[in-house]
Design a protein around this ligand. Structure first.
Ligand code: KIV
Length: 276
């Protein structure tokens, strides 16, 4: 008699994601913790451990002080919490811009310690050599062009990219450089729609949009933004699918009220209570 074991589906790989160019939309979302990864895993293709974590979880003003250790700890948690999605971990500011060798050391450390499938790094032409260096040494790279938050100080803020002819040319060249360097996909962030659409048409790897275009091969969003948990500011490209922030506040208000009124814990929430 043979035992029928439940089928365990392997995780989506970066090759599976790359093969989706022009096909079914690639669904990506950020995740920073094991429980959230577990809840979202079955619904999405890519879980991105983004450095937005610095702002969303740690209350930082921007992503610049996120460290490799933070990415490793949260990346490992997301890998433990998920089974199906392709997990990509962001390389934090300062860990890869110095040299291709420094980038390799940081990326190899992140991959070895988390078990993720690849890393994401920001920048186009200027990072092409580094992307090529990493890919040649076994590190799959997701690129990130357009508005790259780690360079917000250079842009003068979180400014929409591609508005002028010159701006559009820069983003297009960046995207082509990322493609040419061997990235398996790229995020296009906060870049005007026609430019994002044109990039998607002209590159052979999937584009993942955020504030970009419905024509992109996939979309990414910060989970806490669409769930109504992160309410510090809401960019135009965010759509709210839930108001969990309000639910959390209401649940904790009721809990506090019940504790203060002596209603919680009740007999069902303690051990060995005498039956009355
Ligand atoms: O850090 C992040 O979460 C990101 C996405 C918003 C693309 O880079």
């Amino acid at each position: 008699m043979s035992t029928v074991l439940p089928t365990r589906h392997p995780r989506l790989s970066v090759r599976d994601i790359a093969a989706r160019k022009g096909g079914d939309p690639i669904v990506c979302i950020t995740s920073y913790s094991a429980p959230m990864a577990k809840l979202m895993d079955e619904h999405v293709d890519v879980l991105l451990v983004g450095d937005t974590m610095g702002m969303v979880l740690y209350g930082l003003d921007n992503t610049l002080s996120v460290t490799v250790d933070m990415m490793v700890n949260h990346g490992a948690a997301v890998c433990r919490g998920s089974q199906k999605a392709c997990v990509i971990v962001d390389m934090p500011f300062g860990s890869y811009q110095g040299s291709p060798e420094a980038a390799f050391d940081a990326a190899a450390h992140i991959m070895a310690e988390t078990g993720c499938a690849g890393v994401k790094l920001e920048g186009g032409c200027v990072m092409a050599e580094t992307i090529e260096f990493l890919v040649a040494r076994g590190i799959p790279v997701m690129g990130h062009v357009g508005m790259t938050p780690q360079s917000a100080n250079v842009f003068g803020g979180f400014k929409t990219q591609g508005r002028s002819d010159e701006g559009a040319r820069i983003v297009l060249e960046d995207a082509k450089a990322v493609e040419g360097a061997g990235a398996f996909s790229m995020v296009i962030e906060q870049t005007i729609e026609p430019v994002s659409r044109r990039i998607t048409e002209e590159v052979s790897i999937p584009t993942i949009g955020i504030g970009a275009s419905p024509a992109c091969d996939g979309q990414i969003i910060v989970a806490e933004d669409i769930l109504g948990i992160f309410q510090d500011f809401t960019p135009k490209f965010v759509k709210r699918y839930a108001e969990l922030g309000t639910d959390v506040s209401e649940a904790v208000r009721t809990y506090a009220e019940e504790v203060r009124a002596g209603k919680f814990p009740g007999p069902n929430h303690v051990y060995g209570a005498k039956k009355s």
